[in-house]
Write a protein that binds this ligand. Structure first.
Ligand code: FPP
Length: 257
């Protein structure tokens, strides 16, 4: 029997050759989403975790190679203890429930940030699932946890300095590639598209180095409402951008050299 044609959704109409290789997302607005419904903040995080599932699955389906999600910032440690605990519980639940699917679908889990600050149980679970999915070759799911972009750059500088002091790296050999090699995101492509939900127009210390040439997409939608169709809209907007990397529009189009 012939298979039925794909549904005419925005997602199915996307030009697969114009997708970002690395998509990064600032998942914002969980608290406001919950408040707008008269619910407690944690409920927003719970629904947000559902959006994480949907976005990971959809990116994998589309063939996006790397997805970095800002799940917990260095600054988030200042939140009420109960909220931090709830976020860690949700993360643990997510990791356990997605483990098999990540393994089956070739998704490699990675974590970026001061992982040593996470509770021991969360750290162990992360380590275990990173090991279980280490062979995944189709997509990288990079969770930014206890992450800060400035902190990441300071850490990289310190590591380069230590190598220089040990005589392993002459200072004149410190270049962009050397610095990149000391970032958490080592080996991942540069971020092509950065999405932030909930109407905020800030970068908030996220992937400061990696977004140098990223396209930005901001939406008023709160993260718990950011599902397949919203992602498709962002990817469509990206596909229609002209990326010039400092060149002129004519150069990019190949009209002049
Ligand atoms: C921002 O919303 C969101 C966070 C601080 C955490 C993101 C966490 C999740 C989406 C759920 C768990 C994560 C995984 C990976 C399963 P906010 O609380 O700052 O919202 P507000 O600005 O409206 O208060």
């Amino acid at each position: 029997m012939a298979s039925s044609p794909p549904e005419n959704t925005l997602l199915n109409r996307l030009d697969r050759s114009a997708l970002p290789r690395h998509l990064a997302v600032i998942m914002d607005g969980n608290g406001r989403w919950a408040k707008s419904k008269g619910w407690r903040r944690v409920r927003g995080h719970e629904e947000g975790a559902e959006s994480v599932r949907v976005v990971v699955r959809t990116c994998r389906k589309l063939g996006i190679r790397a997805l970095t999600l800002y799940a917990f910032s260095e600054e988030n440690w200042a939140r009420p203890k109960a909220e931090i605990e709830a976020l860690m519980r949700l993360l643990g639940r997510f990791l356990k429930s997605e483990r098999q699917e990540m393994m089956d679908r070739g998704i490699r889990l990675m974590a970026s940030g001061s992982i040593e600050r996470l509770p021991k149980g969360t750290r162990q679970l992360l380590g275990q699932i990173m090991a279980d999915t280490a062979g995944g070759e189709h997509m990288v799911l990079n969770l930014a946890l206890s992450y800060g972009g400035r902190q990441e750059l300071v850490r990289a500088a310190r590591r380069l300095a230590a190598r220089a002091a040990a005589g392993e790296l002459p200072p004149e050999q410190i270049d962009e590639a050397a610095l990149e090699g000391e970032l958490y995101t080592k080996g991942l492509p540069q971020v092509d598209l950065l999405i932030r939900t909930s109407g905020e127009l800030r970068v908030s210390n996220f992937l400061l180095w990696q977004i140098a040439y990223a396209e930005f997409y901001f939406t008023d939608t709160y993260w718990p409402d950011f599902r397949e169709e919203e992602l498709a809209k962002a990817l469509l907007a990206y596909a229609n951008r002209e990326r010039r990397f400092g060149q002129t529009g004519e150069q990019v189009k190949g009209e002049i050299d």
